[in-house]
Unconditional design. Structure first.
Lengths: 294, 413
């Protein structure tokens, strides 16, 4: 009997080995290596020697005014796009959950932006918001509500806003799909009980629907927060960080530091700072959800 | 199981044998040459079908294995290969990369190791060779060069009654006079500048008589915040604020489109722009002129490529190939595809004198290279940030350049 379980264990190990190897090689090893890089003075000029530098890179990251600027940009981007997507996505999901006909059609229409390529959507947004783009033409020449071209992409907050609008527009479909699935799991008898208690639609939504999909909300919140901090393509394509990095976010700034200036140590430290902040944020979000549960 | 093992062993043996054969064919030396002539270009055709066969015929026993990369990819590939000891023998490098590579210690100091270096480099333009001089040694040979000159829309200048500016004062007047609205009520600008980096701003700083650093490239204070540099930047910023210069904003009309459709009257651009305009806007009529002269003369910025040898190279064969590539024959052949030669003899050839880029050759004689220091990319970023703050009116030119000078002093240490 004992022998058999040993064989089983060996079998188990053999079966797990390929997966563990891939995981180790492509996830664990890079993370460990990246952490080591973040402690080395690794830049173009010292690629061959990589002297150990202790916390130098971390000090440089935190002492860098541009880091704080792009950090604020990422935080603002996340604070606006995450609730934006979730609220609109949930709203559409609730509407779709209530209709019997054309449900699939509406689902497809709302999901289309999700499957559109980020690069193409970003380019289209850039053409719309260019100083001589579609939107300005429409506002000035067609509606006549402005008296000249507005430079949407040329300043920090308006440039970021364009990326945020794109982020929300592109994320609604994903939220709709997962919230729709969650809504269908909420037990119908709870609604019946609420009806008997004389609850209105809003009261039912707040007291039955929201608690019923709490797990999904948490899941979406964490996924989208990570996604918000990871915004890259749209920023790169729409403003390219212009003017002078004022619209850069954490990832585009990291990319710039690593691949344009060759400061891999700085970039590695930055990515660790980012991973830690995201980890902390996820813990906080879990706690918040749990305390409400209790 | 046994059969499978046998087959596997046989396959491995075959592969080993094949690769050994390829490498050792009759004691041949293989030179690995990395470059960024794009794979579909006329330059690559000339390299693969004219130059390399000619070199191999002249040098029996040496084979050239040329590998084409994307521009940015080549840069990163060299860095990665340096880490894994897989560098090529020779590479064509953007002049901006050399200081980095030199600081990594992967380049061969040619003037130290090659006995006939002076003879070879003496055949090449001094201004172009200055891009390979780092800390008193030469780490590459100049391969081809370029610079920027003024492109102006002939009709727009005529309509506005503006002459082609010859001095910086005339330039500022002309840029202002050419700005405003066109007949269709669209905004037009006298000057386009697609970015605010050193490549864009240096020609103004230098032509105004300013400088970025001292001649030894060790200190910036007193140079990048000196009175001439400040004056150049102030003049430029005032024109931006007057709505006469644009192009560097994210929402602006791209340079070629704006110039081709008569929205930008003038721009400072390189020889590649002629081909681009001929392709995209064949109807636009334009002229070219040297950058207007200020107190520092007419001084444009030098671009181009050098050919460098890595320290893992087969020295003798690599050096022969570098000499061949910078020799009169190869430079003249490449000149036919639009590469501006740096070989003095090739510059005298009819091919070059009749080429589209002939107007650039004069600019190259007086053009200057951006600082050849490893920290340049970081310095360049600082310059862009400072220029952005100045043109947006967040800081005065003096304030921003004082801060920049302090930052650069640190980077130059």
């Amino acid at each position: 009997m004992i022998q058999k379980s040993r064989v089983n264990r060996a079998q188990l190990f053999a079966l797990l080995l390929p997966g563990l190897l891939v995981f180790g090689m492509f996830t664990v090893y890079p993370i460990v290596r990246l952490f080591w890089m973040s402690l080395c003075d690794m830049r173009f000029s010292s690629m061959l020697t990589q002297p150990f530098a202790g916390l130098l890179n971390y000090r440089q990251v935190f002492g860098d005014g541009t880091f704080w600027m792009v950090f604020v940009n990422s935080v603002v981007y996340t604070l606006i796009t995450v609730p934006g997507q979730m609220v609109i996505g949930l709203f559409i999901a609730v509407l779709l959950n209530g209709i019997k006909r054309f449900s699939v059609t509406f689902r497809v229409i709302n999901y289309l932006p999700v499957v559109t390529s980020w690069v193409i959507a970003s380019l289209v947004f850039r053409y719309i918001f260019n100083t001589e783009g579609l939107l300005n033409h429409f506002l000035w020449k067609v509606l006549g509500v402005t008296s000249g071209n507005i430079r949407w992409l040329d300043t920090r907050w308006s440039g970021l806003s364009v990326a945020m609008i794109l982020g929300i527009w592109k994320g609604i479909g994903w939220n709709m799909v997962i919230f729709l699935a969650a809504l269908q799991q909420v037990p119908k008898d709870l609604y019946e009980a609420a009806d008997i208690d004389g609850c209105g639609a809003w009261k039912k939504f707040v007291c039955v629907t929201l608690p019923g999909i709490r797990g999904t909300i948490l899941f979406a919140l964490i996924e989208l927060t990570i996604g918000g901090f990871n915004v890259f393509t749209s920023i790169k394509m729409i403003t390219g960080g212009k003017p002078a990095h004022q619209t850069d976010t954490l990832l585009t700034w990291m990319y710039y530091k690593a691949f344009s200036t060759g400061q891999f140590g700085y970039a590695a430290a930055l990515s660790f700072v980012m991973a830690l902040s995201l980890g902390l944020l996820a813990i906080v979000q879990f706690r918040m959800m749990r305390s409400r549960e209790a | 199981m046994n059969t499978f093992r046998k087959i596997l062993a046989a396959a491995v043996a075959c592969m080993l044998l094949l690769s050994a054969c390829a490498a050792l064919a009759e004691g041949e030396t293989v030179i690995n040459f990395w470059h960024h002539y794009s794979a579909q270009s006329a330059e690559n055709e000339t390299l693969m079908n004219v130059l390399i066969p000619a070199f191999e015929a002249e040098n029996p026993g040496i084979k050239v294995n040329a590998v084409s990369h994307e521009w940015a990819e080549l840069h990163d590939k060299v860095l990665v290969s340096a880490n894994s000891n897989a560098l090529p023998d020779v590479a064509r490098c953007d002049i901006a990369w050399l200081p980095e590579f030199q600081k990594m210690g992967i380049l061969v100091a040619l003037d130290e190791e090659m006995a006939d270096f002076a003879d070879v480099s003496g055949q090449l333009l001094d201004s172009a060779m200055s891009t390979a001089a780092i800390g008193g040694h030469y780490y590459a040979l100049a391969l081809n060069t370029n610079s920027k000159i003024v492109f102006y829309n002939t009709a727009m200048l005529e309509e506005a009654g503006v002459a082609v500016p010859a001095t910086m004062d005339e330039w500022a007047e002309a840029v202002k006079a050419l700005s405003g609205e066109n007949a269709n009520g669209q905004q037009v600008w006298g000057w386009n500048e697609p970015a605010l980096a050193g490549w864009n701003i240096c020609p103004f700083i230098w032509s105004f008589g300013g400088a970025l650093t001292d001649p030894d490239q060790t200190v910036a204070t007193g140079y990048v915040n000196g009175p001439q540099t400040v004056k150049a930047v102030e003049t430029f910023a005032a024109l931006v604020q007057a709505g006469a210069i644009t192009g560097f904003n994210a929402g602006d009309i791209p340079m070629t489109d704006g110039f081709g459709t008569g929205r930008y009257a003038m721009m400072l651009e390189g020889p590649w722009k002629s081909a681009e305009l001929a392709g995209a806007y064949p109807d636009v009529v334009y002229g070219t002129a040297p950058i207007p002269a200020g107190e520092g003369g007419s001084t444009s910025v030098l671009g181009g490529e050098d050919i460098a040898m890595f320290n893992t190279a087969n020295r003798e064969a690599a050096w022969r190939f570098m000499q061949f590539m910078t020799g009169e024959y190869a430079e003249t052949e490449m000149a036919k595809c639009g590469q501006i030669p740096v070989n003095k003899a090739a510059l005298e050839s009819d091919t070059v004198k009749n080429a589209d880029y002939a107007p650039f050759i004069e600019a190259i004689q007086t053009a200057r290279a951006r600082p050849t220091v490893a920290a340049w990319s970081e310095m360049d970023n600082g310059l862009q940030v400072a220029m952005t703050a100045i043109v947006n009116g967040e800081k005065t030119a003096q304030e921003a350049l004082d801060e920049l000078a302090a930052q650069w002093d640190e980077l130059l240490k």
